[in-house]
Design a protein around this ligand. Structure first.
Ligand SMILES: Nc1ncnc2c1ncn2[C@@H]1O[C@H](COP(=O)(O)OP(=O)(O)OP(=O)(O)O)[C@@H](O)[C@H]1O
Ligand SMILES: [Mg+2]
Length: 459
């Protein structure tokens, strides 16, 4: 680890000690700042954000223990930087107290050069690790955060909060890209199993002949290719949660085994008679209708009932269009940060257009588009940056600047036109359905389209 750029703040009221420490530390390549009092030290702490503090216990005014507590509370940055305490006439109790308050190390004067350097090196090494870890955690948290302020999402959050602490099995259904995996992760994270493993199995991606050994493991020689004994995903998920993703694609024979596990909480490795108990919470997700699959004989009805204890529906993005601007702003901000760009602004027109788009790929499509916009646009994301398929059928919006030249009739027609285009998009340009939700006849809708000059190519 290089010492360059490592800033150490030395706090002592004795000038000699400050000078000695500065010499020793600068000799090793550290940058040193020093202060004679606790109060000044905290001010300096905010300015320079040191990587380490070496501080005397006894100081004029507030003492070092007070400053240690302030720093350890995280008020000056989280995670708090390590603090090494020094004392001229330390009692054992002082040392214990300082350590309990979070001091990294404690030593007595006179200061031993070697001892200081070893302690400093260790503290900085650990600090670097703690900081990396906390950055990783924050990034991880952000990646799995569910954004949404709409009413449907509010209801979903309530349902998640209710079911999470229980052992209840959950079946999550919803179109692709709506956030089914995020829901499953949220349930796990808010359950008593949060510290346990979360294991996701993509049932569609595993070849049918391998799925049983993937889920339940196998003994050595159970089949050709089973060179060693292997633990299955159910075993690995013990104490935690398993997400059976795309469960509709699971073979009937694998379904039978899963059913058995759900019934008695046991698994058998392939090629073994011995049952192993597993403690796993099962969440299943699918973008197909399992009811339909059951009716067609592609899914076991008994398994369906076992999985579907608490059904959760992940709504398509077009049903929560109000969340779009919020999501765009968050995604753009995150993506700018990740790419090391300065924050980019998004114009109101863009937000309006994106809100009116149908989003067949749901949040995944929105997130991908945001990434593309962040990469390809200049300082500001404007209408011109949007791909044609998104811009194509955006309703015209009327800006107050245009009011001046409008009569009520024109304004009304503009609003009507905007409304109709919006509904058409929401229903995939299906004329009958749109007419039905508008509460007018098909023929009437056709007339309006003609009168307003609305066509699919419309912008
Ligand atoms: N409410 C949300 N807030 C923030 N990000 C979201 C939200 N919903 C989904 N996402 C993001 O959209 C992407 C797709 O989500 P996810 O993988 O959970 O969808 P899915 O329903 O499991 O899709 P599929 O059926 O294709 O597996 C992910 O990057 C996820 O982080
Ligand atoms: Mg998924």
């Amino acid at each position: 680890m290089s010492c360059e750029n490592r800033v150490i703040l030395v706090v002592d009221d004795e000038k000699n000690i400050r000078r000695t420490l500065r010499m020793v530390l600068e000799g090793e390549g550290y940058a040193v700042e020093d202060e004679p009092t606790a109060e000044r030290a905290l001010e300096r702490f905010s300015e320079v954000a040191p990587d380490l503090v070496i501080m005397d216990v006894k100081l004029p005014g507030r003492d070092g223990i007070w400053a240690l507590e302030e720093i350890a509370s995280g008020k000056y940055g989280r995670p708090p930087a390590p603090v090494i305490m020094v004392s001229g006439h330390a009692t054992f109790a002082d040392a214990v107290r300082a350590t309990r308050l979070g001091a990294y190390d404690f030593f007595e004067k006179p200061i031993d050069r070697q001892r200081v350097l070893v302690s400093v090196r260790n503290a900085l090494e650990r600090w670097a690790m703690v900081r990396d870890l906390s950055r990783l955690r924050a990034a991880e948290q952000e990646r799995f955060e569910m954004i949404g302020a709409s009413e449907v999402m509010g209801k979903l959050f309530d349902q998640i909060a209710k079911v999470a602490p229980t052992r209840g099995r959950v079946l999550i259904t919803g179109e692709s890209g709506t956030g089914k995996e995020l829901i499953a992760r949220a349930i796990h994270a808010n359950s008593p199993r949060a510290e346990g493993p979360f294991i996701k199995v993509n049932c569609a991606a595993i070849p049918p002949e391998l799925i049983e050994s993937e889920l339940f493991g196998h003994e050595k020689g159970a089949f050709t290719g089973a060179v060693g004994r292997k633990r299955g995903l159910f075993e690995l998920a013990s104490g935690g949660t398993i997400l059976l993703d795309e469960i509709g694609d699971m073979s009937l024979s694998a379904q039978a085994k899963v059913l058995r596990t759900l019934q008695n909480g046991e698994i058998n490795r392939v090629g073994s008679e011995r049952s192993i108990e597993v403690d796993v919470r099962v969440i299943a997700a699918t973008n197909q209708s399992l009811e339909d699959l059951v009716a067609q004989g592609g899914f076991r009805e008994d398994l369906f009932f076992r999985l579907n204890v608490v059904p959760l529906r992940s709504p398509p993005l077009r049903e929560r269009a109000g969340d779009v601007p919020l999501m765009v702003e968050r995604f753009v901000e995150q993506l700018c940060r990740e790419n090391g760009f300065r924050p980019k602004a998004v114009t109101d027109e863009v937000l309006t257009v994106l809100q009116g788009y149908r989003w067949p790929g749901n949040v995944r499509e929105l997130k991908n588009l945001c990434e593309r916009l962040v990469i390809m646009s200049d300082e500001e994301i404007t209408l011109e940056d949007l791909p044609p398929e998104v811009r194509e059928v955006s309703p015209r919006s009327i800006s107050p600047a245009a009011y001046d030249h409008m009569r009520l009739k024109e304004f009304r027609e503009e609003m009507e036109r905007t409304f109709i285009v919006h509904k058409l998009k929401a229903h995939g340009w299906n004329i009958s359905r749109t007419a039905a939700v508008l509460g007018i006849e098909r023929t009437n809708l056709h007339k309006k389209l003609k009168a307003f000059g609305i066509s699919r190519k419309d912008r």
